[in-house]
Design a binder for this molecule. Structure first.
Ligand SMILES: Nc1ncnc2c1ncn2[C@@H]1O[C@H](COP(=O)(O)OP(=O)(O)OP(=O)(O)O)[C@@H](O)[C@H]1O
Ligand SMILES: [Mg+2]
Length: 589
């Protein structure tokens, strides 16, 4: 990445970040105007003090002095108000920009191809949408505009100092080179330290996220002690990185104080002699310490602000990286079906997740409208992959998949997916109520429809027994429900959407005979009157299918009805049937 390699501020990148503020042009200009207003307002009070000393106090003009005091107070109040609006407007600007940006990144993420998520750790995507975007805020709230305001203040202060007494100013400025050198060293050191801190933060986040998700495994295998040790080490490194960065502040700030004290000493030494020789007014001598303070404070902060700006830009680069990803699902089709007949045809379909590593090889088969196809095959044979490509999670490399005689790519993606319902192998539930998990917050689906569907599936009974019934709060990933219950909820979810094509990936795990019959009933309800593809692991489901497809290493080995396949001497299905299902049937009796 360009900006991490060089120390320079990447202006192209900065420009792109600033363009994010385009919808808030008014706010941006207002902030900039306030930034410009701050400089003269800041330099005015000390100058008023100088005037009061030289022109009023020494001339015993008491009414004039009262007037000046009033002006002084007025300027201070205006300054406070301007500062308030400045801080508020820059932060409002930053927050508005990152609010929009978060929406943009999330919108982009949800339309990315699944291959992106196969390759990118969850933690990274989350960091991009939260931490990195937060850092971009600082480009606006503490970065560019405040840096301009600070620079303007510095120039204004130096200007007024020259105007007040150019000799004293020159004396003071002799310390400036030291300050610049110290600032530069500090900036570089802190930048390096910050980068280490950031790496440590992401390490700690990744570690915690994974361990908390996998807490069961940690506890099952008594791995607490080892994990604790690993955590302690990460924690130590993180603390050290923070301490290192603080060290530079602890050194830099006192150094700046020493330099400013030096400037002050020089000034007093020179200035006192100047007053005696009437070269310098007493008023000037009184206000110069104030000016010096006003000069050194922003200079001290400036080094830090440049770092913040640079950090923000590094984060921006990472976020833009995500936005620039063109791995979007192709959605060029235009047909928006109200209803599908449900004729499915695979014609010489080949598919690979990774280049040339074909998981499905030259598949050709048909499912007629209203019929059910059961797919059986050993683990890893490509059964779930068929779902992935039928739903267009991934696009195929060779062949064509047709629904009702048309290539599925000719359909508008969302209209197409709307007519399909898929029950995945591992059911995913979101945190929220049971009802919300079934409707997925589609407001068109009423509570009554959900209850009706649940009754048809046979899930109503167990749902009403949950505390709160349909409003029972499901925890993340449905951790508080049993596997069978989660499965039933996902069946209701599929039925309520009333799809034309139903695809069901049965959970592999075995279930008790009682739940088995509930689930069997549910599946029969689901597949009634619609085209269905079921990846089946249980004989009862398979026997109900019109056709059975035996898949092996991505190829079709056998295709036919239950009876036909049983007739094949030494056939795959027959072996499977004898080995697996007969045994299961016997043990169930
Ligand atoms: N997202 C993915 N990226 C890369 N390879 C994948 C991906 N998903 C699955 N595979 C690979 O594709 C092959 C087929 O996987 P698939 O999930 O279709 O098997 P399956 O028949 O559903 O098995 P199971 O019965 O265990 O569910 C496997 O070798 C697997 O490693
Ligand atoms: Mg599978």
């Amino acid at each position: 990445m360009a900006s991490t390699k060089s120390n320079k501020i990447d202006f192209l990148l900065l420009g792109r970040v600033l363009r994010l503020a385009k919808p808030y042009k008014g706010l941006f200009i207002a902030s900039a105007i306030l930034a410009v207003a701050i400089a003269p307002l800041a330099t005015a009070p000390p100058y008023l003090v100088k005037m009061m000393v030289d022109d009023y106090i020494f001339k015993y003009d008491i009414p004039g002095l009262s007037k000046m005091a009033f002006i002084y107070a007025a300027v201070l109040i205006v300054q406070v108000i301007v500062r308030y609006f400045f801080i508020y407007s820059t932060n409002l600007l930053g927050q508005s920009v990152i609010r929009d940006l978060r929406v943009r990144v999330f919108k982009h993420l949800i339309s990315l191809k699944l291959t992106f998520f196969d390759r990118t750790p969850i933690g990274t995507s989350i960091t991009r949408t939260i931490n990195d975007i937060e850092a971009i805020n600082t480009v606006f709230s503490q970065g560019i505009i405040t840096i301009i305001a600070d620079l303007l203040t510095i120039f204004a202060v130096i200007g007024v100092m020259f105007y007040t007494s150019w000799k004293l100013t020159l004396i003071c400025l002799t310390t400036l080179p030291f300050l610049i050198i110290a600032g530069y060293i500090f900036k570089e050191k802190v930048k390096a330290a910050y980068q280490i801190v950031r790496t440590q933060i992401s390490k700690m986040n990744a570690f915690l996220q994974e361990r908390i998700t996998g807490m069961r495994i940690v506890q099952i295998f008594n791995a607490e002690k080892e994990e604790m040790e690993k955590f302690k080490k990460i924690n130590r490194d993180y603390t050290q990185a923070n301490l290192d960065s603080i060290l530079y502040y602890a050194v830099f700030f006192p150094v700046v104080d020493i330099i400013s004290a030096l400037a002050l000493g020089l000034m007093v030494w020179w200035g006192a002699r100047g007053v005696i020789s009437a070269d310098v007014t007493i008023g000037a001598l009184v206000v110069f310490p104030i000016y010096l303070n006003m000069l050194f404070r922003p200079i001290r902060m400036l080094a830090d602000k440049f770092n913040t700006l640079q950090m923000g830009l590094v984060a921006a680069e990472r976020v833009f990286d995500v936005i620039d990803k063109r791995d979007l699902i192709k959605n060029t089709g235009s047909i928006k079906p109200e209803k599908l007949q449900g004729n499915i045809a695979f014609e010489n379909v080949s598919f690979a997740y990774k280049a040339k590593d074909y998981v499905l090889k030259n598949l050709s088969f048909e499912v007629n409208s209203g019929e059910t196809l059961a797919i059986v095959g050993s683990t890893g044979s490509g059964k779930s992959t068929i779902i992935n490509i039928l739903n267009r999670f991934y696009d195929i490399q060779k062949g064509i998949i047709k629904i009702d005689g048309k290539d599925i790519q000719e359909y508008e993606l969302f209209a197409y997916r709307n007519r399909l319902a898929i029950v995945l192998q591992d059911v995913f539930l979101f945190s929220g109520s049971v009802l919300e998990n079934i409707t997925l917050r589609d407001s068109k689906i009423s509570r009554e429809e959900v209850i009706k569907a649940a009754k048809m599936i046979g899930a109503h009974h167990f749902i009403t027994k949950l505390p709160g019934g349909y409003d029972y709060q499901v925890m993340e990933r449905g951790a508080t429900l049993s596997l069978g219950q989660r499965q039933l909820i996902s069946f209701v979810r599929a039925l309520v959407f009333d799809p034309d094509i139903l695809i069901l990936d049965e959970a592999t795990s075995s279930i008790d005979p009682e739940t088995e019959s509930v689930i069997q009933f549910a599946i029969e309800t689901l597949i009634e009157k619609r085209t269905s593809i079921i990846i089946a692991h249980r004989l009862s489901t398979i026997r109900h299918a019109n056709n059975i497809m035996v898949l092996s290493k991505g190829e079709i080995q056998e295709f036919g009805t239950h009876e036909e396949l049983l007739k094949i001497e030494d056939g795959h299905y027959r072996n499977l049937y004898e080995m697996q299902f007969l045994e299961a049937a016997e043990s169930n009796e």
